[in-house]
Design a protein around this ligand. Structure first.
Ligand code: PEP
Ligand code: MN
Length: 363
C-alpha cells in the first residue's frame, strides 16, 4: 500500500500514517521523499501484510492525499496509479527528469590533470554543467589501466568546481569507493556534486545496489546490464530505490551481441519509450559504449551522432558520452571518444533533436 501525502506535508501527518500502519502486525512503513521543482512529496510505503489495513481510515488522516493498493513489481520506480506526478529529482541545482535535457559529456577515464582541465574548460564554454569522469575503471584485462582511483579525486573535484561543473558522474564498483568520494568531497569543500554510476558489469551486484540505495547523498546513474533482460535491469533499479534512494537515472548502453557488429554493442535505444512507459525514471542513453567506434556515415555524421539522435527522438533526456582532448592518447576507450572541437556541434545537434521531439510528441 502506498500513502501519498499532500505536497509539503507536515512531519506530524507523516508520523500519524506511520503510527496507524504500525498498529497492524507484520506491516513495516517506509518513508520516501521526492524533491520536486516547487514542492516535496512524501510517500509512506506499507510493506508486508497490508490486507487488513483499512484504505478508508488511512485516507481519512490529515494531509493524506491518496491511498493505493499496489500490486506492480516496480512499486517505487514503476509508473502506476499510486505514482502519478512524481518524476525525476533535482541534485545540486541540476534537474534530471523527463523534460530537461542533460548532456553528461567527459572523459571515459581520468588520466591527466591537463586533460581534465581541457575537458571541463570546453564543457563550460559549451554551457554544460554536468560531466562524466571515470576514476574507478572495471577493465576486462587486469593489465589494462584501472583508473587513477582516490588519488585523483581532490584535484579532479577542484578542477570541476572551478569550471562550474555541478554534477560529475563516476562509476563505483565497491562501497569503499562511495566513502572515498564522500571524504574527498568533504575535504575539498564540496566544489561539485557526484552522481554514482553503476556499470553494466555490476548491474546485478545486489550488495552494491543496496549500498548505493542506502546512502541518500548521491543520485545513481544505473547502466542496463549488457547480458540480462530489461526486466532484470529494472528490478535492479528497484533494489536501489527500495533501499531508500529513488534518485535514479536509467541508462541504456547497448547489449552484448555479435548481431550488433560492427558496433561494439547492439544499440538498444528502441527501449527508451519502454522504460518510460514502465517506470518514472529519467532515461539516459550512452551512444559511446553502444557504438564503440568513430566511423563516419556518408551523410557526414558519425554513427555515435546518429544513435544519439535516435535515442533523443525516442524521448531520452540525458546523454552520457565520451570525449577526449587526444583520443589516441586516451588510456581507456579512445576509439569511441569525440574530440573537443566536436563538442559545440554535438551540443547543438542534441538540442535540435530534442526540440524536434518536443514538437512531435505530447511530452
Ligand atoms: C563507462 O561508462 O565508462 C562504462 C564502463 O560503461 P559500461 O558499464 O556501460 O560498460
Ligand atoms: Mn568506457
Amino acid at each position: 500500500m502506498i500513502v501519498t501525502l499532500e505536497p509539503n506535508a507536515s512531519q506530524a501527518a507523516v508520523d500519524a500514517v506511520i503510527s496507524l500502519a504500525s498498529r497492524t502486525p507484520g506491516v513495516t512503513p517506509k518513508v520516501y521523499r521526492y524533491e520536486g521543482q516547487s514542492h516535496a512529496i512524501t510517500e509512506v510505503h506499507l510493506l508486508g501484510r497490508t490486507d487488513t489495513v483499512s484504505q478508508e481510515v488511512m485516507a481519512g488522516l490529515a494531509e493524506v492525499r491518496a491511498v493505493f493498493r499496489v500490486s506492480t513489481k516496480y512499486r517505487i520506480i514503476g509508473r502506476h496509479a499510486a505514482a502519478q506526478g512524481t518524476n525525476g529529482f533535482t541534485y545540486n541545482g541540476v534537474r534530471f527528469d523527463d523534460r530537461e535535457l542533460q548532456l553528461i559529456a567527459g572523459l571515459c577515464a581520468v588520466d591527466t590533470l591537463e586533460h581534465v582541465e581541457q575537458m571541463v574548460q570546453a564543457l563550460a564554454a559549451a554551457g554544460l554543467v554536468t560531466t562524466r569522469m571515470g576514476v574507478y575503471k572495471p577493465r576486462t584485462s587486469p593489465y589494462d589501466f584501472q583508473g587513477l582511483g582516490a588519488a585523483c579525486l581532490p584535484w579532479l573535484f577542484e578542477a570541476c568546481g572551478r569550471h562550474g561543473m555541478k554534477v560529475v558522474t563516476m562509476e563505483v564498483t565497491d562501497a569503499r569507493h562511495v566513502e572515498e568520494i564522500q571524504a574527498a568531497l568533504e575535504l575539498s569543500g564540496k566544489p561539485t556534486g557526484v552522481m554514482l554510476q553503476i556499470g553494466t558489469r555490476n548491474a546485478q551486484n545486489f550488495e552494491l545496489l543496496k549500498q548505493v540505495g542506502q546512502q541518500h547523498e548521491f543520485p545513481v546513474l544505473f547502466k542496463r546490464g549488457m547480458g540480462i533482460t530489461l526486466e532484470e535491469s529494472l528490478n535492479a533499479c528497484e533494489y536501489v530505490a527500495s533501499e531508500g534512494n529513488p534518485n535514479i537515472v536509467f541508462c541504456l548502453r547497448g547489449v552484448k551481441s555479435h548481431l550488433g557488429d560492427p558496433h561494439r554493442n547492439l544499440v538498444d535505444f528502441a527501449h527508451v519509450p519502454v522504460v518510460r512507459r514502465q517506470t518514472r525514471l529519467p532515461v539516459c542513453i550512452d551512444p559511446s559504449h553502444s557504438v564503440g567506434r568513430m566511423d563516419l556515415a556518408p551523410d557526414g555524421l558519425t554513427d555515435v551522432m546518429h544513435v544519439t539522435g535516435q535515442g533523443l527522438i525516442a524521448g531520452a533526456t540525458a546523454v552520457l558520452v565520451d570525449f577526449h582532448p587526444h583520443p589516441k592518447a586516451a588510456l581507456c576507450d579512445g576509439p569511441q571518444a569525440l574530440t573537443l572541437d566536436a563538442l559545440p556541434g554535438f551540443v547543438s545537434y542534441c538540442r535540435r533533436v530534442r526540440a524536434c521531439y518536443e514538437a512531435v510528441s505530447s511530452y
